[in-house]
Every structure is written in structure tokens, then in C-alpha cells.
Design a protein around this ligand. Sequence first.
Ligand code: GTP
Length: 379
Amino acid sequence: MFSFFRKKPAATPAPAPEPAQVQAPTPTLPPATPPATPAPTAAPAAPASTPAPAQPAAGGLIGSALVQAMDIPVAPPVAPERQGWMTRLTAGLRKTGSNISQVFTGAQIDDALYEELETALLMADTGVKATEHLLEEVKRRVKASGATRPVQAKNILVDSLTQLLKPLEKPLVIGQFQPTVIMVAGVNGAGKTTSIGKLTKHLAGEGASVLLAAADTFRAAAREQLAIWADRNMVEIVSQAGGDPAAVSFDAVTAGRARGKDVVLVDTAGRLPTQLHLMEELRKIKRVVQKADATAPHEVLLVIDGNTGQNALAQVRAFDAALQLTGLIVTKLDGTAKGGVLAAIAQEKPVPVYFIGVGEQLEDLETFDAREFALALLS
Ligand SMILES: Nc1nc2c(ncn2[C@@H]2O[C@H](COP(=O)(O)OP(=O)(O)OP(=O)(O)O)[C@@H](O)[C@H]2O)c(=O)[nH]1
């Protein structure tokens, strides 16, 4: 089931400065879709209601008589329409998740388990701060709940990770502006064009009219790749060999407005944050897009390759400083053992994650859901 974006209801006041151009969503587009999954019920350990850990009673109660009822979070089931995605996500995150899950295969919760957990989280590129946070949370809640079995500690980790990642959840909203201009940036090969192609397919499939801007004017292959996605989805593309990327973006936004498009997606060339002149070029694209539409770009997305681990955090910081990011797309989580980087982002630079990618297939890019991610990682 498609659950890529939420359409702003027509009744929602649009803060566009040119009311005449802000139109109600086209009838071909679906109404606002409810969240694909129920809001995660991040059940705190609720120590208040938890009976105190059992004290050996006088008279020598043994075995199961000592077991107390414990309040351990139990994950609610995933919505049926997300089951297929969960299967792909679980498979994609296997490399990252298996090392962490391994920690909970022993017989008891002890210092050795916590040490192993710390190492596993650090190895998954969760970062020092997020690792410390998660460790403290798990220890605190294990103690408060009286949990003794590693599987209980694992459930508590799922819940703690969900809570940490929750602020990163945000749906992509279109329909508030026409067109919604989405600028996409990132380092070389992060998966920008592929992600734009997948997004285009899904948006077009839902009846949204999309215009693509090939603002990577240097690399012929990049333009061709985008043109293939445009052809496949029968959407229009503004492209120009060797031209100025800002000029192409300006033309695309102007054309998008004139033709009443719902979405304009601007694909920019890959660059490293250390290439200052190229970062300046990105700023210029953003400024020029603003000239074509004073309210645009409405979204500035950074695509990051999940394989880059902690370096992804540096990319988020650098691109955010240059462009004021509104969201992230994290790709290639399938080929990495470093998927913990999302926790590092949540802890240190919480820019919303609109989509995550776990493969090259169309259906391998989906909306980010904190609980799904935590469950898939530790399943
Ligand atoms: N395994 C895997 N591969 C992916 C994913 N997303 C993209 N790719 C692959 O990554 C490679 C680079 O993707 P592109 O979309 O060309 O990357 P780009 O950021 O546009 O590249 P430049 O324009 O050169 O900066 C392609 O082979 C994609 O198929 C993903 O989630 N998982």
C-alpha cells in the first residue's frame, strides 16, 4: 500500500503569500491518508504500578512462586498494509540488527550483557551519546520493572529506541503549495536520483502531477537516469546539458507554476561538504528557486547513504548549515551494519527522516516509522 505522503487537507490554512495561486488539492489526489501504522504506544516501564522485586519470603518460597508480574513493553502488531514493507525492512536491517540481537541470547541480564550491548551499539555507529542514552534507559527500566531475562531487556531496548527515534517521524505533505517544490541534495552516489525516481513513481501513481528538474547539468548519465524515470512515469522533465543548475531549477519551478503541477522535484549534482564552491552552488540554486516562487523550496531534503555511518552526521550538519534542511532520506540501509546512525541523528541532530531505503527496487523506499524501525532492527 502506498503510504508515501500525506496530503494537506484543503481546509488547512495555507500560509502562501499569493493566495490566488494556492489551490485546493486536485480531486485526482487521494484525501489525507491516516498514518499507515497506529501511533506507537511507547509504553514506559511504569515502575509505579510494578510490584517491587520479590523478596525471599520467610519460610523459603522457591522457583515460580517468587516470580512477580512485570510490566515489560510488548510491541503491538504492525498494521497489515505495512507487513510487506516490514519483511523487506527486517531483511534490509539484518546486518545491523543481528549483532545487537546477539547480545540478548544469554541466560541472564548482567554487567557482561550491558558491556556487550554498549559495544554492539557503538559498532552499529549509534554514536557515543545515543549509546549512552540507550544503555542508561535500558538499565533504568530493567531495574524498575524487575526484568531478569535478556529477552525482556531486548523488548525494553526496542521501546527505548522507538522513543529516541520518534522525533524523526514526519510525513511529507503536499497540496499546501502548488507546486510543492522539493530540492534534493547529497554527496555523490548517495541515492538521490534513484530516490527521486521512486518518489516520482509513487506520487504519480497516486495522481499527483510531477515535474522533474535535472539540476545536475554536469553529468550526462545523471540527466539520462532522471529522464528514464520521467519517461517511465510519464511525467515532464526540465533538463539542459551543461547549463547553469540554478537556471534549470528556476525554469522548472516557473514551468511547474504555469502548468499547475502538484510537485516539482529538483535533482542536484552530488557534492562533498568540503567542496565549498559546490556548496555555494547549492545555496545559489535555493536562492534562485525562491525568485521563481517566494515560498519555495518547501522541502530541502538531504539523501544520505546509510553505509557512511557516523560520517552521515557530519553531512547532515554541513548540508543543514548551508541549506537549512527540512528532511532526510536515508538509503542503502540494506547493505550496512551501520544502521544505528539513525539513533545518532536522533540524539545529536534530529532532522526528520521522511523516507528510508533498503534496496534498489521501487518498493524498497518507504516512509520512516520509529517503531517499525526498532522492531525490524531487533526482531
Ligand atoms: N542497495 C541499495 N542501493 C541503492 C539504494 N538507493 C540507491 N541505491 C543505488 O545506489 C546507486 C547510486 O544511486 P544514484 O541514485 O545514482 O545516486 P545519486 O546520489 O543520484 O548519484 P550522483 O548523481 O552521482 O551523486 C545506484 O546504483 C542505486 O541503485 C538502496 O536503498 N539500497
